[in-house]
Design a protein around this ligand. Structure first.
Ligand code: COM
Length: 489
């Protein structure tokens, strides 16, 4: 499938003479975007990447497969719930998970190719793959027999899955998002326990369940901590409606089994029990790849991430760190923007990194997107709050409805989604927007900018909706905006 290069062969795109403005250790989103920006400024950079591709963990095992398995979860869910009607086939039984993974692996090759093509041909970035650099000092890096000099060194080394804190985490039968896509499993997955409480748990539990595996979620604390209470209720209810068992606030004691996994032992409300399974999927978080920086004298935070100032510089002058290896949201924009800001600083354009308001998202068989305050937070901070909801009370009405949700709305309305806006009645400003459904995520990228600038219900009423729109915020706000004193809807 690879057309531009053979990912199994070492590849060099570098023409070494003189000093670089920056060497990036790592060619994921942060290193690649930082490099592109620095190059566009007229500077000279070099990426040293240990792996066999540019683009890092995003295309290898994180964001891209996350969305691939979400789409499969959605499609299979549709065929299991709506299928059998409207001349759509009904899905029964189990999906071929191995076939799904092989499909992803094939697509991944094409993405690796594109990363390579864009970086080399369009962005004129210098990079060396399969590189095991030895950092001699902040300005000198050795690679084999070659020594590279640089004015600045930028760590963009990312994160890796955390080691499980309970016994049995290395038994045959335990996988994670990385092992899944590398096919580091060779058995039929029938009964799955997913351990975790956030976005990785949500998408993979939903995928395995939709694929026909009996799926249980276990977490040591409440799941989806950041969600608005009502939004969480809808999301959790919809997971349960589809057959997922969810156990929150349970102590995970061990993963059971001799040669291979047979279950997960937990203590729930003081009672010990074993959840039988053939596979455990760990979604318990990530830790920073910061050892190399520490060896150079770079200070780390207590959680192991690299400590940086607002210019993304470490305690060692001319040594920067960007992306997932520093504190901050483990989000693509954060990786790419910190890469860009460090590039500017390395080039002598003093630029602080400002973390502005941003939307968040997770996936079950739904896209769940939110921005600003939850209702609980808003009620603590403001004394006159108005809520606009869809559906407003009974779930069983065929709204919201738009692309991807309208078949659910027509045939099984409870499943068509949920959304709410939280508004301050005094200033009329939008404080929070929350959406469970399909196709609304992109709007939130721009809504965050508008909200930071003081977006009001009246501004919303003056916008132009593309009807039927996946989020109904514009028209719902317009229905209420005429009133001097706002009311719930
Ligand atoms: C995307 C990787 S998969 S990057 O952010 O474009 O480098």
């Amino acid at each position: 499938m690879t057309t531009l290069y053979d990912r199994f062969q070492p590849y060099r795109r570098v023409n070494h003479d003189g000093e670089y403005d920056a060497i990036f250790i790592g060619g994921g989103a942060a290193g690649r975007f930082g490099s592109a920006y620095l190059r566009a400024m007229g500077g000279r950079q070099l990426i040293l990447e240990r792996g066999d591709h540019l683009g890092g963990s995003c295309c290898k095992e994180n964001c891209v497969p996350h969305h691939y398995f979400f789409d499969l979860a959605y499609e299979m869910d549709l065929l299991r719930t709506v299928g059998g009607r409207l001349s759509l086939p009904r899905m029964e039984g189990k999906a071929d998970i191995r076939e799904h993974v092989l499909g992803f692996q094939k697509a991944r090759e094409a993405i690796y190719d594109f990363m390579f093509f864009q970086s080399k041909e369009q962005l004129d970035i210098e990079f060396i793959l399969h590189a095991e650099p030895e950092i001699l000092d902040p300005h000198t890096v050795r690679l084999g027999n070659e020594v590279f000099r640089t004015r600045n060194l930028i760590f963009a080394t990312g994160m890796r899955p955390k080691e499980p804190p309970f016994p049995g985490g290395h038994k045959k039968g335990v996988i994670n998002h990385r092992k899944l896509v590398e096919l580091e499993w060779d058995w039929d997955i029938d009964r799955m326990v997913v351990i975790g409480g956030g976005a990785t748990m949500a998408v993979y539990a939903s995928y395995f369940n939709a694929a026909g595996c009996k799926t249980t979620v276990v977490n040591r604390s409440p799941i989806f901590k950041e969600l608005d209470g009502e939004v969480k209720q809808y999301v959790v209810d919809m997971m349960k409606l589809r057959g997922i068992d969810i156990i929150e606030s349970a102590e995970i004691l061990s993963i059971e089994g001799q040669d291979r996994v047979t279950g997960v032992r937990i203590r729930e409300k003081g009672v010990e029990k074993v959840i039988p399974c053939d596979t455990v999927f760990l979604a318990i978080g990530l830790e920073a790849n910061s050892a190399e920086a520490a060896a150079l004298g770079v200070q780390l935070n207590p959680n192991g991430t690299i400590a940086v100032d607002e210019y993304l510089e470490t305690n060692v002058p001319h040594v920067y760190a960007v992306g997932d290896v520093i504190d901050g949201p483990k989000e693509m924009w954060h990786a790419r923007r910190t890469g860009m800001v460090a590039a500017r600083n390395a080039m002598g354009v003093r630029t602080p990194f400002r973390q502005n308001l941003y939307a968040k998202t997770l996936h079950t068989t739904y896209e769940v997107t939110w921005l600003g305050l939850t209702e609980e937070e808003a009620r603590q901070q403001y004394d006159d709050i108005v809520i606009i909801r869809m559906p407003p009370f009974e779930r069983n009405i065929p709204l919201p409805a738009a692309e991807r949700s309208i078949l659910y709305a027509a045939l099984d309305p409870e499943r068509s989604g949920f959304q709410k806006a939280i508004i301050d009645n005094r200033s009329r400003r939008i404080l929070g927007l929350h959406h469970v459904g399909y196709g609304a995520k992109d709007a939130f990228q721009y809504l965050s900018v508008l909200m930071e600038r003081g977006l009001t219900i009246d501004d919303m009423a003056d916008m132009n909706e593309l009807f039927l729109n996946p989020e109904h915020f514009i028209q719902l706000c317009r229905l209420r905006a005429g009133a001097r004193v706002l009311q719930n809807l």
